[in-house]
Ligand binder design. Structure first.
Ligand code: UDP
Length: 245
């Protein structure tokens, strides 16, 4: 596979074209940003860790019939993916109140939700990724009503799998963000990544609200030991996958 020009550089990944127009190469970076890139830093080893965790999770999801953009991982920090046109939506699924949900509603952090909450945010840095209503999403023609329904169903299926998977890792899945896209045949695929950058993950055996955090909140909130937490998540993922085979 020959790698061609850089197509796009985001906050956490660089996308390269390949000799096949249907295939892109995603290079995961150690760079970390938070609060709409107002806070910047780097988490040593994050690129490899997030690429490895995402690769494992995408493969597990594929085994369960969920179509993703994942093709393979030619190097620990690189993933070959199907080229998709990304919906400008951040699809957030929540099982436990935290983050912006708690800040905006006063629902105490840690409140168990009676059923998973699926939310859509407008992927737009200039606007600060605002929360969308379904009607606003349709008004802006960010997706069709059928696509919104399909994405909602897929997000709930992914949540069912992930809740179970992270539980096997001794990790409680609080919330996470997904992105979806359409390939050249208009197939709707799960895209982007699933990692401690995009999920809130709490060590189930740990009650202390700071010590239990195993995700990017350690970076956001300056809790320390960020690298160790990411590494620990990867080890648990690899163990859980190995025990399935
Ligand atoms: N999230 C993300 N990228 C974003 C915003 C949120 O991956 O640009 C993830 C975040 O890590 C968390 C979930 O989506 O797992 C819900 O985030 P929330 O809306 O609570 O926002 P935050 O507290 O991160 O500002």
């Amino acid at each position: 596979m020959s790698v061609n020009s850089k197509l796009y550089e985001g906050k956490a990944k660089i996308l390269y074209a390949t000799d096949d127009p249907e295939v892109l190469l995603a290079d995961f970076k150690d760079d970390a940003t938070a609060f709409n890139a107002q806070k910047r830093g780097s988490i040593i080893g994050k690129g490899k860790i997030n690429c490895s965790i995402s690769s494992q999770l995408f493969q597990q999801l594929e085994l369960r019939g969920i179509k993703t953009h994942f093709i393979d991982s030619p190097a620990p920090h690189q993933m070959r993916v199907r080229a998709v046109k990304i919906f400008p939506l951040e699809v957030v699924v929540r099982n436990i109140a935290a983050g912006s949900l708690s800040q905006q509603t006063k629902l105490p952090v840690g409140t168990l939700l009676k059923q998973p909450l699926v939310e859509f945010y407008y992927k737009n840095d200039e606007l600060g990724d605002p929360l969308l209503t379904r009607d606003r999403l349709l008004l802006l023609e960010l997706a069709t009503p059928e696509q919104v329904d399909t994405i909602t169903n897929l997000a709930l299926q992914v949540n069912q799998f992930l809740q179970d998977f992270w539980q096997q890792c001794g990790i409680t899945l609080v919330d996470f963000k997904l992105e979806f896209g359409l390939d050249s045949q208009q197939q709707l695929l799960l895209a982007d990544e699933i990692s401690p950058d995009t999920c809130r993950l709490w060590n189930t055996a740990e009650a202390d609200p700071n010590l239990r955090v195993m995700d990017k909140d350690r970076f956001r909130r300056d809790l320390g030991n960020v690298e160790d937490a990411y590494q620990e998540v990867l080890q648990r993922v690899l163990q859980a996958v190995a025990s399935k085979n």
